[in-house]
Write a protein that binds this ligand. Structure first.
Ligand code: NAD
Ligand code: ZN
Length: 369
């Protein structure tokens, strides 16, 4: 009941190990790629007493003089000051060039600790041990690390500072998902549906068949689901590690819409929820230029809803504001909105031929006014 997937990028090749109970053997996994006396375990503070204690014990059994610290998993803490705290702990505990950093938490901890590892002594070994479904299927694989920057207006601009720094191993234990709040759990499923739309129609079939097993977080089902997603992400990252071509950019399917929805903080959407609605909006645009059929759209909306995700906005956000947020997203060239649009299920392409009218109509279709 386990899977190991190799990620081969130009900068590093590494294994992603998915196995129920893997966190008990975290120390062995770290030792396999970064044998040393010292290590630094950085844990999401909300799980430091539970999964954090298991991880620390495993590192000690593997003969690490395991130093540990915890971080708050909030976007407002995903900033450079927190990276400095990790560096100060590394200095205090005497971490050296070959001492590994271990990130135990969701995407926030993974992004902060990844960036800390990329920059401490110009780069040290990193093991990602993701504890949210979103981080397991998406954030922990692929080497994007970084933090937010506060604009003088007070608004946090996401992921403006960062580095590509591939981990040396990713250790995924689907059993840690037992403690994840339901709303966070389904957020990961939105990214899984995104991966299926981009690259693998069979994954969509599989998810439709296993809704009940996913809902009860069956370890075997989750192991298979996470493995399928990691394989998709690994292939994309191997082909375009630094998003220099439009290959990796396809992972932004639904995200230009999602970022606009998230920017309207009154909507109170989590990232995965915004992505679910964003996928539907992108499908509306795609349908208007006949890239997909109405049946495809109905099918995907049905799956997202069955998984417990929203498919329309919880309140009628203003179209003008959403359009302006979309224009401010990085993906605008010469005033045209560059959007990743789904083609037939299993394909997606970066395009700039969707008219602003089609985008507005899609926003209206998901409940904007
Ligand atoms: N690097 C990448 O490629 C990449 C990709 C996607 C997202 N991200 C980033 O990831 C972040 C979001 O990550 P996330 O959704 O994992 O959120 P997160 O790290 O904020 O975790 C979500 C919540 O779950 C809690 N939590 C984590 N694991 C738990 C567990 N096992 N049991 C109980 N509670 C647990 C956390 O304390 C937090 O409250 C964003 O900052 C986003 O920018 C990065
Ligand atoms: Zn996302």
């Amino acid at each position: 009941m386990s899977a190991t997937i190799q990620v081969r990028t130009q900068s590093r090749a590494y294994d992603v190990v998915i196995e129920p109970g893997a966190i008990d053997r975290l120390g062995e996994h770290v030792r396999a790629v970064a044998p040393h006396r010292q290590s630094l375990l950085v844990v999401d503070q909300s799980i430091s007493g539970s999964h954090g204690a298991t991880a620390a014990a495993s590192l000690r059994r593997a003969a690490y003089d395991a130093s540990a610290m915890s971080l708050e998993a909030a976007e407002s803490s995903k900033v450079i000051d927190t990276v400095s705290r990790v560096h100060e702990a590394a200095l205090r505990h005497g971490l050296e060039r070959r001492s590994p950093f271990v990130a135990l938490g969701g995407g926030i901890v993974g992004d902060v600790v990844g960036f800390a590892a990329a920059t401490w002594l110009r780069g040290v070994p990193l093991v990602q041990c993701p504890t949210t479904l979103l981080a397991m299927v998406d954030a922990s694989v692929g080497g994007k690390t970084g933090v937010n920057v506060a604009h003088p207006s007070g608004e946090l601009r996401k992921n403006l500072v960062g580095a590509f720094w591939q981990p040396h191993r990713v250790v995924i234990d689907p059993l840690v998902l037992r403690t994840l709040p339901q709303r966070e759990f389904v957020c990961g499923l939105a990214e899984a549906v995104k991966h299926a739309l981009i690259a693998e129609p069979a994954l969509l079939d599989e998810m439709e068949r296993s809704i009940a097993a996913i809902e009860r977080r069956d370890p075997q089902t989750l192991t298979n689901l996470i493995a399928a997603n990691v394989r998709i992400k690994a292939a994309i990252v191997a082909a375009d590690e630094r998003e220099e071509r439009d290959v990796r950019a396809r992972l932004n399917l639904g995200h230009t819409f999602a970022h606009a929805f998230e920017s309207q903080t009154a909507l109170g959407l989590k990232h995965g929820e915004a992505v679910a609605i964003g996928l539907i909006a992108a499908m509306h645009v795609a349908q208007s230029i006949e890239l997909i059929s109405r049946t495809d759209l109905t099918r995907v909306a049905g799956l997202l809803a069955a998984l417990g995700l929203p498919v329309s906005l919880p309140a009628p956000a203003e179209i003008a504001r959403l359009m302006s947020a979309m224009r401010h997203d990085k993906k605008v060239q010469d005033g045209r909105i560059r959007l990743v649009l789904p083609g037939p299920i299993g394909q997606a392409h970066v395009r700039d031929d969707a008219s602003p009218d089609a985008v507005e109509a899609a926003l209206r279709a998901v409940g904007a006014a």
